[in-house]
Design a protein around this ligand. Structure first.
Ligand SMILES: Nc1ncnc2c1ncn2[C@@H]1O[C@H](COP(=O)(O)OP(=O)(O)OP(=O)(O)O)[C@@H](O)[C@H]1O
Ligand SMILES: [Mg+2]
Length: 275
């Protein structure tokens, strides 16, 4: 039975030989269980059950309005579910993302709009999480911020003092990602980081995502419509079906493109369903 099958329960991975994978190979960072998403009294999605593993890039896809950004807001604890749970389970912990001790430092996020505070310089934006959550002094905060800017491909020292409004769209996205990395989170959530960017800038962002995964070991949940980006960086794809109002596939993108349910193959083949 393929994990992409319409009827099959969604697997977190391929069924193995019976033995559970070792925690080092497939450590689970976050478990989403039977989550329902609602907006304005309307059900967007129901029964979402999946996990996020250490070091993977998990793409979340689906038609506009199906609830991708809403799902991300639930996963980072910004929105409380009416149904279901989101639990941070890394290292054997079990912390409800919506409970008293949410894993705020463990999850970095760059929103769809990629907004930095316009009243602060880029550097001040980046240093803010360190001010809130660490005891680092100002020199250490600045050093960290400059390091994260360089990691995100913004090594020009002038960027640190720049106003966010003076940056290009691509630079702003990178700066927002750099800010999301300030606390070295094991999980980074990115909502459409390449939307509105030219193909070259978008490809550079893909490279950044790949580098974060391979060099830093950050797990990334990536909401994206960009197929090139998806196939370039994602290990697994979770497909939210707007009609069924639930996830109908979870698996490697190339596998789902060729063997997934019709709606998923259509999405992954740019509107064409191959016979
Ligand atoms: N606070 C809210 N009140 C009412 N409706 C909302 C609210 N937030 C979101 N919605 C609606 O919920 C639906 C899902 O929104 P969401 O932003 O999660 O979709 P999305 O999959 O991220 O779409 P896109 O691909 O366009 O970014 C939309 O129809 C939106 O209008
Ligand atoms: Mg969205």
């Amino acid at each position: 039975m393929s994990p992409a099958s319409d009827q099959a329960p969604l697997h977190a991975g391929r069924p193995g030989s019976g033995a559970a994978p070792g925690p080092q190979a497939h450590e689970v960072l976050m478990r989403v269980d039977n989550l329902g998403l609602h907006a304005g009294g309307r059900e967007l999605q129901h029964g979402l059950t999946f996990d996020v593993r250490a070091g993977e890039v998990l793409a979340i896809c689906g038609a506009s309005g199906c609830g991708k950004s809403t799902l991300l807001r639930h996963m980072i604890g910004l929105q409380t579910p009416e149904v279901g749970t989101v639990t941070w389970v890394a290292g054997g912990e079990a912390r409800d993302v919506h409970g008293d001790d949410p894993p705020r430092r463990e999850i970095g996020v760059a929103f769809q709009a990629g907004a930095l505070w316009s009243s602060m310089s880029v550097g001040e934006n980046l240093m803010l999480p360190l001010e809130l959550y660490t005891d680092l002094d100002e020199a250490q905060r600045e050093q960290q911020a400059r390091f994260k800017l360089a990691l995100a491909g913004l090594a020009d020292p002038a960027t640190f003092d720049a106003e966010p409004s003076s940056l290009s769209g691509g630079m702003r996205k990178r700066a927002a990602i750099a800010r999301a990395l300030m606390l070295d989170p094991p999980l980074l959530c990115l909502d459409e980081p390449s939307a509105g960017l030219d193909p070259l800038t978008s490809a550079r962002l893909d490279d950044l995502i790949k580098r974060l995964k391979t060099d830093v070991g950050t797990a990334i949940v990536l909401v994206t419509h960009e197929l090139d980006s998806l196939f370039a960086v994602a290990d697994r794809l979770l497909f939210l079906d707007v009609q069924a109002r639930t996830a109908t596939a979870l698996g490697p993108p190339a596998e789902l493109r060729d063997h997934g349910p019709d709606a998923v193959r259509e999405f992954l083949n740019r509107g064409e369903v191959p016979a």
